[in-house]
Design a protein around this ligand. Structure first.
Ligand SMILES: Cc1cc2nc3c(=O)[nH]c(=O)nc-3n(C[C@H](O)[C@H](O)[C@H](O)COP(=O)(O)OP(=O)(O)OC[C@H]3O[C@@H](n4cnc5c(N)ncnc54)[C@H](O)[C@@H]3O)c2cc1C
Length: 202
């Protein structure tokens, strides 16, 4: 089901509307649409930074070697190598602002292959077995956006996690659950809270 619109009446979130125009009533609405979050115009108008969440493509290249050839996570700058117990080594990742095109490219795969071979020269004799690509919810500056939307009761955002959405998923879930339950969040969320369109926010 694709949500096309948030259902907001006055200062209260009422639910969501799908592509067939069907309305889904809810007391609490959490916008957690990843790289697509900026498409909700109602939200972007109220919280300009939500409208700036943009897709940033990341590609991975995978090498299959004998187990034990690499046993440590290696990182340098934006790139990293992640070894799996079965001998698969993931080389990541590219940072590409090319919209929602989730395809691998020869250039992206070459970037990762060359990086991997610089760190682990034995990979010069191994061709990548496979590659894949997906989009991250990119947001420049302080991110993610996490918390209640100002002036709309029952509306929350949990988006813009960029390169760390897997890492931050548990705490983001706990924060949203606490807010929905009317309890204080388990961590201070001040810096990540959605803000209205004011000069300091632009
Ligand atoms: C190559 C690569 C490597 C990465 N490595 C790591 C890593 O090692 N560690 C880490 O922490 N993070 C990593 N990330 C980043 C991580 O994947 C993202 O930060 C995370 O997926 C964001 O989670 P999300 O739930 O906000 O968005 P998503 O995972 O994109 O989920 C959003 C969901 O909303 C749905 N949706 C969107 N619009 C609508 C709509 N209108 N109606 C209904 N549903 C909708 C989408 O279909 C999607 O299922 C990596 C990303 C990439 C691309």
């Amino acid at each position: 089901m694709a949500v096309t619109e948030l259902w907001i009446e006055g200062d209260r979130a009422r639910g969501a509307v799908d592509s067939d125009g069907k309305r889904y009533a809810a007391r609490h609405v959490v916008v957690c649409a990843g790289a697509w979050t900026g498409r909700f115009e109602d939200l972007a108008r109220r919280v300009p930074r939500a409208g700036r969440i943009e897709p940033v493509r990341g590609q991975i290249a995978c090498f299959q070697v004998e187990p034990g050839r690499c046993t440590r996570l290696l990182t340098t700058g934006e790139h990293y190598l992640v070894p799996r117990p079965d001998g698969l080594i993931l080389a990541g990742s590219t940072m590409e602002r090319v919209g929602f095109e989730t395809v691998t490219t020869p250039e992206g795969q070459a970037e990762l292959r060359d990086f991997a071979r610089r760190l682990l020269p034995f990979l010069r004799h191994v061709e990548p077995a496979q590659g894949w690509a997906d989009v991250r919810p990119g947001l420049r500056g302080v991110h993610p956006l996490l918390g209640p939307v100002p002036d709309v009761e029952g509306l929350y955002v949990a988006a813009g996690h960029f390169r760390n959405g897997i890492l931050l998923a548990p705490i983001s879930g706990e924060v949203v659950a606490a807010l929905v339950a009317g309890e204080p969040p388990p961590v201070e969320i001040g810096p990540w809270m959605p803000r209205k369109a004011v000069a300091s926010n632009l």
